[in-house]
Each structure stands twice: as C-alpha cells, then as structure tokens.
Write a protein that binds this ligand. Structure first.
Ligand code: GDP
Length: 305
C-alpha cells in the first residue's frame, strides 16, 4: 500500500470514528485495529506497533474523552508525535569552531549524496565546509564525492591511493581544522549488510577523529555529531539496521532519504525509537538542494493521512 492510500484508509477510519456519536469500546477497538494495519503497511515494525497500540490504549481513556473530540488529533499527539520528538536534542554546530560530523549508513542508503547535500546546506548559509572521503571500500566513491563537492563548491579531501580510511580521516580532518573550517563532514564506508568489519572501521575512524580534534580532552569519545543515514525504501529492515549501528557508534541524529518516491516513511519511526536520536533532515531527491529540514507534523500527517 502506498502512503497516499494508507493515509486515505486511515483518514476514512478516523472520520468514521469522529462522526460516531459515542466512542465506545467496540469503536475504539476498530480504530486501533485500523491504525495497526495502517502502520504495518507503512513499514513500522511489528514490535513498535505493539508498543504504540498499548500506549494508545493506556492513554486514550474513553471516559475522559469529551464528546466530539478529534480522535485523530489525540492519537497523533498521544503517540506518534511523542515518539518522533526524541528526548535527545539535535546537535547544533557552533560558528567559528570545528564541528566534525560523521556520516554512517549502509551502502546505497544515500550517504555520500547526503554528505554533499548537508555540506551545501551549510555552505550557502555562509559556513566554511570541508568534505572528507573515507569510503575506500566502494569503487567510485571518491570520484562521486569529488564531483559532487566540486559542483557544490565545497572543499574536498580524499586520497585515491590510500587504502586505510582511518589515515584519510586523520589527514583530512587535520588539514581542515588547521585551516579553521567550521563544518567538517566525514563520509565513511557503507557495506551491503551490517558487517563486523564495517563497524570496526567506523569505530576506529570515530576514535581517530576525536583524538585529533580534542587531543587534551580524553573524555570525549565521539565526533560532534554522528548521523545515521537510512533509506526509507528499506522499510521494515530499518529497525535492525539502526540497532546494529546504535550498538557500535553513538548515533546522534538520523537523516531519512528517498522520501520523494513511493517510500513508506514508517520504518524510520522504528529507527528513531531504537536510536532515540532525532530525525534532522529528509532527502527528497537526487539533487544537491533536495534536502529538507525534518518537520514532525508533516511526517505524522504523511503516515496517518
Ligand atoms: P551511499 O552508497 O550510501 O553513499 O549512496 P549514494 O549517495 O551513492 O546514493 C545511492 C543512490 O541513491 C544514488 O543514485 C543517489 O542519487 C540516490 N539518492 C540519494 N538520496 C536520494 C533521495 O533523497 N531521493 C532519491 N530519489 N534518490 C536519492
């Protein structure tokens, strides 16, 4: 079921409920079951749907609902919106300082494209931005980032002949830091699956960058921001993906890509629930300027119709 259909089926269910003169237990049961179907069709994981259902049941006390209440709004407010409003606040880069932003994600998720999009986002707002390509795994990653960076007029560091991504990260971040770049984006390798070697590499890059940026502050163990890029078309798999990344690096923010297509955004709800990290941007196309700030309400409306 595509999102539009999902939205309309849920909207129908909710309209029915809203029109009902009295919301009794049976009507509520039907509503919850409709919501369950809609969320599952939108790729929200089964586990999360169960949790949401239980929460809706617990918080939606029939006896306390005034007549004519907009149940749809209540549900949005009660659960989905709460879930997306992660407890953790998104990292806000500081002007005039070195802000290292590391990107992680599976191959094909849109990580490299999104690195340039985010770099462009900051560059056009007057920040000094540098991109570091540590993806030594995928053939063509270097050329892709270099081409994109040139198009976006962003400084770029990579080394076609170096096979050790940690060395590239160290050198790239060092150079940009010396030149007082404010936003340093580090693109790491993506693999097809959650492979052990990928996670080890990611951890090493993360530690290396930290030692370089904060040599005297040994307590710091992570870049300023670590962004997990997830492909909305991966649907149900996003929960396991996010969990695998969360276990190994401190995922501080999430960007969902490919929301311009027929993608069902629900899987991203699971990614947020697992990482407890806020969604900061969404990718809505292949072009450099097709990155939008995440808007919770719009996203909820997209899922619930
Ligand atoms: P990586 O392997 O994670 O670095 O993925 P890439 O950045 O190479 O992206 C994989 C494919 O997804 C490319 O064809 C990108 O153009 C495409 N892509 C990335 N983000 C988006 C998006 O928001 N919308 C669409 N439609 N395509 C995207």
């Amino acid at each position: 079921m595509v999102l539009a259909e999902l939205g309309s089926s849920l909207a129908n269910a909710l309209t029915k409920i809203n029109r009902a003169s009295k919301i009794d237990e049976k009507t509520l049961q039907i509503l919850i079951s409709d919501i369950e179907q809609a969320l599952l069709s939108a790729d929200v994981s089964t586990k999360l749907v169960e949790r949401l259902k239980a929460n809706i049941r617990e918080k939606l006390r029939l006896s306390e609902l005034p007549a004519g209440v907009d149940v749809k709004r209540v549900i949005e407010k009660v659960e989905i919106t709460n879930l997306l409003d992660s407890k953790r606040k998104a990292y806000i880069p500081k002007r005039g300082k070195t802000n290292v932003i590391m990107f992680v994600g599976l191959q094909g998720s849109g990580k490299t494209t999104t690195c340039t999009k985010l770099g462009y986002y900051y560059r056009v707002r007057g920040w000094k931005v540098g991109l570091v390509c540590c993806d030594t795994f995928r053939a063509g990653a270097f050329d892709q980032l270099e081409q994109n960076a040139t198009k976006a007029r962003i400084n770029f560091y990579g080394d076609r002949n170096e096979v050790d991504p940690v060395k590239i990260a160290l050198e790239g971040v060092k150079r940009f830091k010396e030149k007082k770049f404010e936003i340093i984006i580090v693109d790491t390798s993506g693999r097809h699956k959650q492979e052990e070697s990928l996670f080890e590499e990611m951890e090493m890059i993360s530690h290396a960058v930290v030692c370089l940026v904060y040599p005297l502050h040994q307590k710091k163990k992570k870049p300023n921001d670590t962004i997990l890029v997830v492909d909305s078309t991966n649907g149900q798999q996003l929960e396991a993906q996010a969990e695998a990344f969360r276990k190994r690096v401190d995922v501080a923010s999430v960007i969902i890509t490919k929301l311009d297509g027929h993608a069902k955004g629900g899987g991203a709800l699971s990614a947020v629930a697992v990482t407890q990290a806020p969604i900061i941007f969404i990718g809505v196309g292949e072009h450099i300027n097709e990155l939008q700030k995440f808007d919770t309400q719009r996203f909820v409306n997209r899922i619930l119709g």
